[in-house]
Design a protein around this ligand. Structure first.
Ligand SMILES: NC(=O)c1ccc[n+]([C@@H]2O[C@H](COP(=O)([O-])OP(=O)(O)OC[C@H]3O[C@@H](n4cnc5c(N)ncnc54)[C@H](OP(=O)(O)O)[C@@H]3O)[C@@H](O)[C@H]2O)c1
Length: 204
């Protein structure tokens, strides 16, 4: 079991656009960050849809679904995804949502539960590890959440899906990281027309 983070990112380092809000989930101008995902067979299957492309990108998405036994996310990612994910969210695993605003646990169809954690990132990670079994815990986002786990050195592997787009503005992933320095070991590069998928392991 390892702790992963897996983010789609523009070439200039943005994981969302500007003005992210509940009615503007990805923010303004963010479409190119998520375009590579929409027509993947594996992603469509998890959304209850049919069709889509069975390609290398789709395999990587399926690999993430298969490897992930529990998820940690921030309340902004939850709030912006809630309606879209519906009654049968794609995670099919326990999800722990970091928040200052308590809320009862939600049990959805397909194995997804949302547990709202108000006592910090270590508590959320411990709960996720206990729930994940042999599979990985993924720190799913957004930026603020991944940054906090990066700062504490709690992520083992980082996969970036770098899309061929320059946004110019938006929500940056590599920001607010304090004075820490990280050494990374390349694990894999998969290059497709849709994205360059970079996987790194943190050297601790
Ligand atoms: N490109 C990608 O792969 C990707 C992946 C995931 C998400 N995203 C995008 O990321 C954006 C959201 O990112 P974000 O950085 O704005 O927000 P976020 O990390 O999703 O959530 C931040 C919020 O979570 C709660 N929180 C975070 N840390 C906490 C802590 N230690 N204790 C208690 N509560 C805590 C707080 O909410 P409260 O105070 O309100 O409770 C905080 O405002 C969305 O646009 C989403 O689409 C992109």
């Amino acid at each position: 079991m390892i702790v992963t983070a897996d983010m789609s990112i523009s070439l200039d380092g943005y994981i969302a656009g500007t003005n992210v809000a509940i009615d503007n989930p990805g923010g303004d101008g963010a479409e190119p960050i998520f375009d590579w995902i929409h027509n993947l067979a594996s992603w469509r299957q998890r959304q209850g849809m049919t069709g889509g492309e069975e390609n290398r990108d789709s395999e990587l998405m399926r690999e993430w679904f298969d490897a992930t036994g529990a998820v940690v996310m921030g309340r902004m990612m939850y709030d912006t995804g809630e309606d879209f994910w519906g009654d049968n969210p794609p995670f099919r695993a326990p999800v722990f949502v970091l928040t200052h605003r308590p809320r009862p646990t939600l049990v959805k169809e397909g194995g997804t539960t949302f547990t709202f954690v108000t006592d910090g990132i270590h508590s959320a990670l411990d709960q996720a590890k206990a729930a994940a079994g042999d599979r990985n815990v993924d720190i799913a986002g957004g930026a603020s959440t991944v940054q906090q786990y990066l700062r504490e050195g709690l992520i083992d592997e980082l996969q970036l899906h770098v899309v061929p787009a320059i946004l110019g503005e938006g929500l940056r992933l590599f920001e607010d990281l304090g004075t820490g320095r990280w050494t990374l070991e390349p694990v894999r590069v998969v290059d497709t027309p849709l994205a360059t998928h970079l996987k790194y392991r943190f050297v601790k």
